[in-house]
Design a binder for this molecule. Structure first.
Ligand SMILES: Cc1ncc(C[n+]2csc(CCOP(=O)(O)OP(=O)(O)O)c2C)c(N)n1
Ligand SMILES: [Mg+2]
Length: 326
């Protein structure tokens, strides 16, 4: 898709969101390694174009689900860095009042149905939400993010099958980052492209360059249009890479992948590449993009201050919002 068809505001929004994700992930990893954050973190650095391209094709009223590596997807859907950081700090002002933590962030007002630490578990509840939209007769859609490892679960196949037979408005978006924990895709799957699994369910399957935000945007937009018209789900495989280890603390090189492999993928870093596209197409100047980078850095500093200054949840609230009152 030519940049001229997308419009400057949207393009700069995508650039900003990718920057927000990068700085959030790097800051969170740094705080975690200094022992200042509780819990466990999975960084999505490298996957920014995959998250942002997909969410840029959604409207605020559309829903999404995500995974243990979900910070990027959630920021791309509209979450702000302050409440994200507060959630990681387990503070009252976090998206889930500090009870969700890194892997379980949700906000229904933003259409973020939830992330989950259970691999593959986000797919069936995306299908449930899509069934709800279809029964209500709205034109909302649901996008479910998952990984290459997630595409090996039974839940993946059950979700695709049901969404296919009922023509539900779902987009299944696989961040194929080449690894499931420390296992390379070639070891955990016989197929090269996750997208071919769509054939088993009679739905379209598309493979896209997940380091190219515009390619992901265009592909997702087409899938959203199809879903809105009642034509059913699409499986999109976005080929991407996580630059960091599986979890923050995993060096990510030497044991299960080589430094050279990581360096090769780093040359395809989606953020400087998109910056180049914007400048070469005359969409923005260096100065405009530098200003966005500075605004993002400031937003991050304020987010840390906000999270640090926020109160801990009260002990009496420990069981609130955990069970549904009947
Ligand atoms: C049902 C289930 N099985 C195993 C695990 C342990 N586990 C956590 S992350 C992960 C790998 C997932 O790989 P992928 O779906 O490719 O996501 P990525 O980590 O690459 O983002 C596994 C097996 C889990 N959390 N849930
Ligand atoms: Mg993976």
């Amino acid at each position: 898709m030519a940049v001229s068809e997308i419009g400057k505001d949207k393009l700069l929004h995508m650039y900003r969101k990718m920057g927000e994700i990068r700085v959030f992930e790097e800051t969170a990893a740094d705080l975690f390694m200094k022992g200042r954050l509780p819990g466990f973190l999975h960084s999505s650095v490298g996957q920014e174009a995959s998250s942002v391209g997909a969410c840029a094709a959604l409207r605020p009223e559309d829903y999404m689900t995500s995974t243990h590596r979900g910070h990027g997807d959630i920021i791309a859907k509209g979450a702000t860095l302050d409440r994200m950081m507060a959630e990681l700090f387990a503070k009252e002002t976090g998206y889930c009042k500090g009870k969700g933590g890194s892997m379980h962030i949700a906000d229904l007002d933003l259409g973020i149905l939830g992330a989950t630490g259970i691999v593959g578990a986000g797919l069936p509840y995306a299908v449930g939400a899509a069934l709800g939209f279809k029964m209500k007769g709205t034109d909302q859609v649901v996008l479910s993010f998952f990984g290459d490892g997630g595409s090996n679960t039974g839940a993946f196949h059950e979700a695709l099958n049901l969404a296919a037979v009922w023509d539900l408005p779902v987009i299944f978006l696989c961040h194929n980052n080449q690894y499931a924990e420390t296992t390379p895709q070639r070891v955990h799957q016989k197929i090269k492209d996750v997208a071919v699994r769509a054939q088993a369910h009679g739905i379209p399957g598309v493979t896209v360059d997940g380091m190219d935000v515009l390619a992901v945007y265009e592909t997702t937009k087409a899938a959203v249009e199809r879903a809105k018209k009642g034509e059913g789900p699409t499986l999109i495989e976005s080929k991407t890479y996580r630059f960091m280890g599986h979890f923050v603390g995993d060096p990510g090189v030497g044991i299960y992948r080589t430094r050279e492999e990581v360096e090769e993928w780093r040359k395809r870093d989606p953020i400087p590449n998109f910056r180049k596209v914007l400048i070469e197409a005359g969409v923005a100047t260096e100065a405009e993009l530098n200003q966005i980078d500075q605004d993002v850095a400031k937003e991050m500093e304020e987010a840390i201050r906000f999270a640090e200054a926020s109160p801990e949840p009260e002990l009496e609230e420990a069981l609130q919002d955990i069970f549904v009152e009947s």
